[in-house]
Design a protein around this ligand. Structure first.
Ligand code: SF4
Length: 402
């Protein structure tokens, strides 16, 4: 997670980590001992967590899950740690998991081993009688945090001032807060995933003349240019930290796609140099990247596709083939383990876990499940009804995409 000096949270002075050593707020945040109150995720994780060194954790998780039976359904995102994935009833990307939550009305509790925006989507799509729990409220998403509702409303005002809001259709990636999904629904837009971004953009451009794409500039640019055949000049970048987004009204009027200046701090780390290096290290390698990577990385790679596409491509690959994968490291490691007959390497040599996703660990999962066994619902994620109604309209528009 990248924290710029401007966005570094204001936190109380930290406790002593060891005698005489007081942690700074930023160090505590990175160590998982604090959280960012300005972010879309929650601000703390109450309760006494079991120690991560407790050798009975696996047994305790099994026992608590067995005691809850069908009352609980555990969703595990592809980027989760192995120790957590082991207890998932289903694994998938964020949208598939939210759909799975809705398809299990008998489950009273949905424990979402993912990040905050995913749990919000599960709450929006699941029944009123179901409660969605996020084992660590500080498991957020740096990309979702890059578009706050206040910033997006200001952007809309800029589009109105330029006289183009009426013909602009918002398209928001799943990786956005419920408030942004609600904004999208209120303005007649759609949600998209990395699998259907092309269809979402085509639909939006057939309904209006311009798209406001939130919050991942890379997915928006890669889709607009590589899949829709637009030029880089057809896209402009709206920077929420600059007056007017750093754009003139004329630039907003001329653009076909207004990209939000947000990115994934995991996928954004890959570079075209990573691709060149791996080609040298692994002869004959096929480089497969996620569309959240920068445009120049996609251009340097052989294939680009969503998480589900990456999994399918590896399943279909012939034995003996070599692959360098540009996505989150937990998933790449699992793919390497699942395909011992193929060479599967991580695209970059540096470690690239999603740090916020990794906050969900076995101690948090055990604490959540055992709390439920004791009749306590902890860390419930609940989206305010009016926001949920509009967000659901945008999600339903995605399901209705031609
Ligand atoms: S991998 Fe990137 S987009 Fe996905 S949850 Fe982590 S920070 Fe967010």
């Amino acid at each position: 997670m990248t924290i710029s000096p401007q966005s570094a949270p204001t936190l109380p002075t930290g406790p002593e980590l060891m005698p005489g050593v007081t942690a700074t707020p930023l160090a505590l945040l990175l160590l998982g001992r604090q959280s960012d109150p300005a972010s879309e995720r929650g601000v703390d994780c109450p309760g006494e967590l079991p120690a991560s060194s407790d050798p009975t954790l696996v047994e305790r998780a099994r026992a608590a899950k067995a005691a809850l039976g069908d009352r609980v359904f555990v969703l595990g995102h592809h980027y989760q740690r192995d120790e957590v994935i082991e207890f998932a009833d289903v694994t998938g990307d964020s949208f598939r998991l939210a759909q799975q939550a809705a398809a299990r009305p008998e489950a009273e509790f949905i424990v979402f081993a993912g990040v905050h925006f995913m749990a919000e989507s599960a709450d929006i799509l699941s029944g009123d009688h179901q409660k969605v729990l996020l084992p660590d409220l500080a498991a957020g998403c740096s990309m979702a945090d890059m578009a706050s509702i206040e910033q997006v409303e200001r952007c809309w005002e800029d589009l109105q001032a330029a006289g183009v809001a009426d013909t602009t259709v918002p398209v928001s990636y799943m990786n956005s807060s419920a408030a942004i999904k609600g904004f999208t629904g209120r303005h007649g837009g759609t949600i998209c995933t990395s699998s259907n971004a092309k269809r979402a953009l085509q639909w939006a451009l057939s309904s209006g003349t311009k798209v406001l794409f939130l919050p991942d500039q890379h997915l928006g640019r890669n889709t607009a240019v590589l899949e829709l055949g637009l030029s880089l000049e057809d896209c402009v970048l709206y920077d929420p930290h600059k007056p007017g987004g750093g754009l003139t009204p004329e630039q907003l009027q001329a653009a076909t796609v207004v990209l939000w200046k947000g990115h994934c701090s995991v996928h954004g780390r890959f570079t075209a140099q990573s691709v060149a290096d791996v080609r040298e290290r692994v002869p004959g390698v096929t480089v497969l990247v996620h569309p959240e990577v920068r445009h120049e990385v996609v251009l340097a790679a052989d294939l680009v596709g969503s998480t589900e596409y990456i999994i399918r491509a590896l399943d279909a690959a012939p034995a003996g083939s070599s692959w360098a994968i540009g996505t989150e490291l937990n998933l790449v490691r699992r793919l390497a383990k699942a395909h011992p007959d193929k060479t599967v390497v991580f695209l970059d040599k540096t470690v690239c876990f999603c740090s916020t996703m990794n906050r969900i660990d076995l101690p948090h999962l055990v604490w959540t499940l055992e709390s439920l066994v004791q009749g306590r619902v902890v860390n419930q994620i609940s989206v305010e009804p009016e926001t949920a109604r509009h967000a659901k309209a945008a999600l339903e528009q995605m399901l209705a995409l031609p």
